[in-house]
Design a protein around this ligand. Structure first.
Ligand SMILES: [Zn+2]
Length: 187
């Protein structure tokens, strides 16, 4: 049974759904997401769908805007394949402090397939957010989790990993994706 088949079976039982992930050059990726007003069942359904979409991709983080909903909402799970799942839901996340120590990590993005960018970011941070139950939380994160939180919060502000490239390299990537989009439309 492939990973995708397992996910289909799971969605049959739980009512979760995989949503399409938007990719470059979709202009929505550059939009600043608006705050979530309240955590209710509709929002929890969106969070569950986002989580399932992320697992199926597969990825370790997903912002709501990547499934076409420009609201300040993220899901992250950095557990290793063999570990138990550790989903985290961040509603209206805000970074309250960043370490001065930096960490270099090669990042990919589900909205920019097949592109990897080496990015130096603070190695640890403290983030404040509302959780899936609507409770305010504060979390100290380091390693891959700190990287993922910063990457996903960038999405909420319309910022992408290609913005860490030189403008020359960034333009090359954007041109490639615009060309791909045109080819797809033509088919
Ligand atoms: Zn991304």
């Amino acid at each position: 049974m492939s990973a995708i088949d397992r996910t289909r079976v799971l969605s049959y039982f739980t009512g979760m759904a995989i949503r399409p992930i938007i990719t470059l050059p979709d202009p929505l990726l550059r939009k600043v997401s608006q705050p979530v007003e309240r955590v209710d069942d509709d929002l929890r359904q969106l969070m569950d769908d986002m989580l399932e979409t992320m697992y199926a991709a597969p990825g370790v983080g997903l912002a709501a805007v990547q499934v076409g909903v420009p609201r300040r909402l993220l899901v992250i799970d950095v557990a290793e394949d063999e570990e138990e799942k550790q989903p985290l839901y961040f509603v209206n996340p805000e970074i309250v402090s960043l370490a001065s120590e930096m960490h270099l990590h090669e990042e990919g993005c589900l909205s920019i397939p097949d592109v990897r960018v080496e990015i130096e970011r603070p190695a640890s941070l403290v983030v404040r957010y509302t959780d899936r139950e609507g409770k305010r939380q504060e979390l100290e994160a380091s390693g891959l989790l700190a990287t993922a939180i910063q990457h996903e919060i960038n999405h909420l502000d319309g910022k992408l990993i290609i913005d860490f490239l030189s403008s020359l390299k960034r333009d090359m990537v954007v041109r490639k994706f615009k060309k791909q989009a045109r080819t797809t439309e033509a088919l």
